[in-house]
Design a protein around this ligand. Structure first.
Ligand code: PEP
Ligand code: MG
Length: 324
């Protein structure tokens, strides 16, 4: 298996019946890019920018951020780089921000909620992102979106920053794509409406599972309840992909499930366009895609989505789909 996986280097990610997808990488710092290139990633589907903020004693300046985003964009030579705006709070603390102690940090003041409140922080990051967009194929992604108002407000602020840059004659990609993470169930359920507001969706299963099942993703005592094969979660994923496609936008996934060997064929069958994962998983994912017939798994989707439990789903996949 290992040697066969290595042979996937330089190959396309295309199913047995000719459906092409993109297999991209999740990264946390610009240093990770070398690993993405070594593993033949077709882009970056998630750059978690919070590490720029967490690895520092104070807010990273516009210039520091610009350099970090520019290097990644340049090294990827025109391949897509999805950069997520600050996703702090929950389990990710930034001491110098002195965020309030909360009863329910995962439901609290975090990510886009914080950014829409702290415009100074948000605008600095957006300026850096836009400036870096002149040097490669950068796309901007907003995390933890829960309602339409947040998307509109974030986009409005982005337009404000674009105007500032135009006035200063600073170049940026005028056609930069803007997307959102689908990681809160309200967005998946309402994805037909959200799809009209953005250029792409990226499904964040780590949080989508947590919020759908009401299971803290970091709590060991209830980890048996956290399951990526849960039929309710799979239905939300399917709904999101279908609604994205109906509106003509592409749909990716950057949660851990995108690199799950058993789920990859199912996600391919659902029509997922982009799979973003740990760089070390890319070639294996490509192997699985190249050995799966989308049509074949598509014919099983109705049955999979009507199974009653996560265990049933996993068993069904083990019996009928697993790629070796
Ligand atoms: C997710 O929630 O699936 C995700 C990719 O974001 P993070 O793991 O950084 O919360
Ligand atoms: Mg998340």
């Amino acid at each position: 298996f290992k040697s066969k996986v290595k042979e996937m280097k330089g190959k396309e990610s295309i199913s047995k019946d000719g459906i092409r997808v993109e297999i991209a990488a999740n990264i946390g710092t610009p240093k990770d890019i070398d690993n993405v290139i070594a593993n033949d990633g077709e882009g970056v589907g998630l750059f978690r920018t919070e590490f720029l903020y967490m690895d520092s004693d104070s807010l990273p300046t516009e210039e520091e951020q610009f350099e970090a985003y520019k290097i990644v964009a340049e090294k990827l030579e025109g391949k897509p780089v999805v950069i997520r705006t600050l996703d702090v709070g929950g389990d990710k603390d930034i001491p110098y921000l002195e965020l309030p102690k909360e009863m329910n940090p995962f439901l609290g003041y975090r990510a886009i909620r914080l950014c829409l409140d702290r415009r100074d922080i948000f605008k600095t990051q957006l300026r850096a992102l836009l400036r870096a967009s002149a040097f490669g194929n950068i796309k901007i992604m907003f995390p933890m979106i829960s309602n339409i108002g947040e998307v509109r407000e974030a986009k409005r602020i982005l337009e404000e920053v674009k105007d500032e840059l135009r006035k200063e004659n600073i170049p940026f990609n005028e056609n930069i794509e803007v997307g959102i993470m689908v990681e809160i169930p309200s967005v998946a359920v309402h994805s037909d409406i959200f799809a009209k507001e953005v250029d792409f969706f990226s499904i964040g299963t780590n949080d989508l599972i947590q919020y759908t099942l009401a299971v803290d993703r970091g709590n060991q005592d209830i980890s048996h309840l956290y399951n990526q094969y849960d039929p309710a979660v799979l239905r939300l994923i399917k709904m999101t992909i279908d609604n994205g496609h109906k509106a003509g936008i592409w749909v990716g996934m950057c949660g851990e499930a995108a690199g799950d060997e058993k789920l990859i064929p199912v996600l391919l069958a659902m029509g997922l366009d982009e799979f973003s994962m740990n760089p070390a998983s890319i070639l294996k994912a490509r192997y699985i895609i190249n050995h799966t017939s989308k049509k074949e798994v598509e014919s099983m989707l109705d049955e999979i989505l009507s199974l009653p439990t996560a265990e049933d789903v996993e068993k069904f996949i083990d019996k009928n789909i697993i790629i070796r």
